[in-house]
Design a protein around this ligand. Structure first.
Ligand code: MG
Ligand code: MG
Length: 306
C-alpha cells in the first residue's frame, strides 16, 4: 500500500468533531482555535538509517535539521514557531557525547528560529529516533487547498540541491571541490524560510514546503486545491549544473524530483507577485487537474516514507 493510502486509512479511524479544530490531517500543520488565536501543531521525525546514517552525519547537523524541518512546516502555513517537545529513543550503547552534540545543534537552531524546547520524553530503541513536536501561531492559516485560477506559482529557492548533497555524502568522495561542499550543506544544514514568513502569511493564497520533491509537493497543492498546475520554466541551480556535468546526471530530474529542499512553493495573485521579486516564478494555476511542464503532463512521484 502506498504511504498516502495508509495515512488515509488510518486517519479516517479518528474522525474529528471538535469545532475548535480548524485544520486536521492533511496539511503541513494542524490548526486549532484557542480563544480566538490560531495555534499550529506539527511533528517530524528523524530515524537512523532512514533519514540519516550515524557515522556520516555530524550530530550537530542532525539537531539543526530536526528543528529546521519542523519549522519549515510551520512557516509553510504562514506561522512562526513557538514551543516544542522532543522525544528521543536511542540504543543503550550510545555515546553521551553524540547526544550532547545533537542537543547543541538543537540549541543552535532554537536560538536561530527563536523558539523554545520545553519538554519531551526518552526511551531506548535499536536505532536512534528523534521526534520533535512543534507548535506555532499565525494570524492567518495558509493552506495547500486554496490555490486560485490565475495565481502565479513561486518557489523560494532552487530545488534538487539536497538530493545532490546526499549523493555526495553517501559516496564518500575524497577531496571535495568547493561546489560539492556547498551542495553537502544544502543536505545537512537546511534553513527553513522563516525570513519570508510574514510575506507568505500576508500575500500567499496557498503554500507548501518542499520536502518530498517539487513535483510531488506541487501535486499536493494541485489535488487539494482541485486545480491544474502549469510550469512554464524550471530554474536550475548553477551548483546543480556543475554536479550534473561532473557525474553525468540529469539536472532537471534532480530539480523536479529531488526531496528535502525545505524551500517553499506557493501561489499568489498577479497583484501580489510584486512582493516576491527575490523568489523564482515557475508557473501559474489553471482550472483543471494535474501538473504540466508547458503542455507535457508530469508524473507525480516523490519520496515515499513507507
Ligand atoms: Mg510539509
Ligand atoms: Mg515536514
Amino acid at each position: 500500500m502506498a504511504e498516502f493510502e495508509i495515512i488515509k486509512k488510518l486517519t479516517s479511524i479518528l474522525s474529528i468533531s471538535d469545532k475548535d479544530v480548524l485544520i486536521g490531517f492533511g496539511d503541513d500543520c494542524a490548526c486549532v482555535n484557542v480563544n480566538g488565536k490560531k495555534l499550529l501543531f506539527t511533528a517530524d521525525i528523524q530515524v537512523e538509517n532512514r533519514h540519516f546514517v550515524r557515522n556520516k552525519i555530524n550530530p550537530i547537523d542532525l539537531g539543526w535539521k530536526l528543528v529546521s524541518v519542523n519549522v519549515s512546516d510551520i512557516v509553510a502555513c504562514g506561522g512562526i514557531p513557538r514551543w516544542g517537545l522532543i522525544s528521543i529513543a536511542v540504543p543503550k550503547s550510545i555515546e553521551i557525547s553524540f547526544l550532547e552534540e545533537v542537543y547543541n545543534g538543537i540549541n543552535e537552531a532554537k536560538n536561530f528560529y527563536k523558539l523554545e524546547i520545553i519538554g519531551g520524553n526518552t526511551s531506548s530503541a535499536d536505532e536512534i529516533i528523534f521526534d520533535l513536536f512543534l507548535t506555532g501561531e499565525t494570524e492567518k492559516f495558509i493552506s495547500r487547498s486554496n490555490a486560485e485560477e490565475g495565481d502565479l506559482i513561486f518557489i523560494s529557492g532552487y530545488t534538487g540541491l539536497s538530493r545532490a548533497g546526499l549523493e555526495i555524502l553517501l559516496q564518500d568522495i575524497k577531496n571535495l571541490e568547493d561546489f560539492e561542499k556547498e551542495l553537502l550543506k544544502y543536505h545537512t544544514r537546511p534553513v527553513a524560510r522563516i525570513d519570508i514568513q510574514e510575506r507568505i502569511q500576508k500575500y500567499a493564497n496557498s503554500c507548501i514546503d518542499i520536502s518530498d520533491g517539487l513535483v510531488a509537493d506541487l501535486g499536493h497543492i494541485s489535488q487539494m486545491s482541485n486545480k491544474k498546475i502549469v510550469l512554464e520554466n524550471i530554474p536550475i541551480s548553477p551548483l546543480l549544473e556543475k554536479f550534473a556535468k561532473k557525474y553525468s546526471k540529469d539536472p532537471l530530474e534532480y530539480t523536479l524530483y529531488g526531496g528535502e529542499d525545505y524551500q517553499l512553493a506557493f501561489t499568489v495573485s498577479k497583484e501580489n507577485a510584486k512582493y516576491f521579486k527575490d523568489c523564482l516564478k515557475i508557473g501559474h494555476i489553471e482550472e483543471g487537474k494535474g501538473i504540466y511542464l508547458q503542455d507535457v503532463p508530469l508524473k507525480i512521484k516523490g519520496f515515499e516514507h513507507l
